[in-house]
Design a protein around this ligand. Structure first.
Ligand code: ADP
Ligand code: MG
Length: 345
């Protein structure tokens, strides 16, 4: 099958990432004592996000201890940024909207600073201040399509410029009552990045942290070859459209198939265009490969909202990532730096 035929096959839905490939998982079974193997652990975090840590280790106990330490660190970060936890720092900032600054940890400052930076980089397509809009749509609950009047009322409450950070005092404030931060498009990448740091600290030199569609990977497979990351077909969950061998980087996918509902025959998904407060319709999925997880996550969300033309221009030109864009018709675009390395299936 040639490239053109593959592109034609891409009909309608979303992109997701799987990883590892047959070779990597073969190492899970039949391993020889003393040889490196992949040890895995899975937990649910941030409300409903499945997190899987895979660590290559020749000593199983060392592998398990490192994974436990990584989950411990990730829980610590979850306690800062999850809006599902009422005592988290993000929840406290949201509760104080319009009422003045809240003193928070340096990590929370860092995530919000990066969020504002990527809001600028994406021309406002990525926006952490979308909290009120995400609550109104309530994708995980009552699944409501906001009326035009509701959208008009939401707009002035969803502006990144009105998130203020005082780095010296380590304080964050939301300028208007009713504003709220939503970490959904950036937090999983940061979480994965922190997990990696803890694995490294515990002597693991190869591993993958996967927080749903956000991967941070380092080193390679037990046989010394790089990790193989496969990008799933946006419209056929079990099919892969492309794969790429990678090491020491982060890979995030944002897709319209991850979280959605259908009402009166129209499908609505969870990646909102801040200009309209409605789902962004120009892409099926965007995969971003970046040096680091926070940028990969947020840039994937932002580039998805920007659409294939502007999104691809961003991925070709920025230090923040390269990527693969699948447009609304299933057409695939690969950024210049990756063209030679991506294998279309
Ligand atoms: P997922 O892995 O959940 O698909 P994404 O990184 O694609 O994650 O982010 C989706 C989440 O980001 C949404 O569920 C919502 O919480 C938040 N979000 C939606 N639209 C935007 C946007 N334009 N900018 C920033 N965050 C957004
Ligand atoms: Mg994202």
């Amino acid at each position: 099958m040639n490239r053109r035929e593959v592109l034609k096959l891409l009909g309608l839905t979303v992109v997701n990432l799987s990883f590892g490939g047959r070779h990597a998982w073969a190492a899970l079974t039949g391993s020889v004592e003393g040889e490196a193997e992949i040890i895995r652990g899975t937990r649910v975090m941030m409300g409903n996000v499945p997190v899987t840590i895979s660590a290559v280790a020749s000593d199983r106990n060392q592998g398990r201890e490192a994974i436990a330490a990584a989950f411990g660190e990730m829980h610590r970060i979850e306690n800062l940024l999850s809006v599902f936890l009422p005592q988290s720092e993000f929840s406290r900032i949201n509760a104080a909207a319009g009422e003045g600054p809240v003193r928070v940890s340096s990590e929370t400052i860092e995530i919000i600073r990066r969020g504002k930076e990527i809001a600028r980089l994406t021309g406002g397509a990525f926006d952490m201040a979308l909290g009120p809009a995400i609550s109104s749509w309530d994708f995980l609950g009552k699944r409501h399509v906001p009326t035009p009047e509701e959208i008009a009322a939401l707009k002035p409450l969803c502006r990144s410029e009105e998130i203020s950070i005082d780095e010296t005092k380590q304080e964050v404030s939301l300028q208007k009552k009713g504003m709220s931060l939503d970490p959904g498009g950036i937090g999983k990448g940061y979480l994965a990045e922190r997990g990696k740091q803890l694995l490294l600290k515990n002597g693991i030199t190869s591993g993958i942290i996967a927080t749903a569609g956000d991967l941070v990977l380092f080193g390679g497979r037990p046989d010394g070859t790089p990790w193989r990351v496969a990008i799933q077909h946006p419209r056929h969950r079990d099919d892969k459209i492309a794969s790429i061998d990678l090491t020491d980087c982060a890979v995030s996918t944002s897709g319209d198939y991850e979280r959605f509902f259908t009402k009166d025959g129209v499908t609505y998904h969870h990646l909102l265009d801040p200009k309209t407060m409605l789902p962004a319709r120009e892409c099926q999925s965007v995969t971003v490969i970046s040096e680091e997880g926070t940028a990969a996550d947020a840039v994937a969300t932002g580039a998805f909202v920007m659409g294939p033309t502007r999104g691809m221009a961003l991925l070709d030109g920025s230090k923040n990532g390269n990527g693969i864009v699948i447009d609304r018709n299933g057409g695939v675009q690969i950024s210049d730096a990756l063209v030679e390395r991506v294998k279309l299936h």
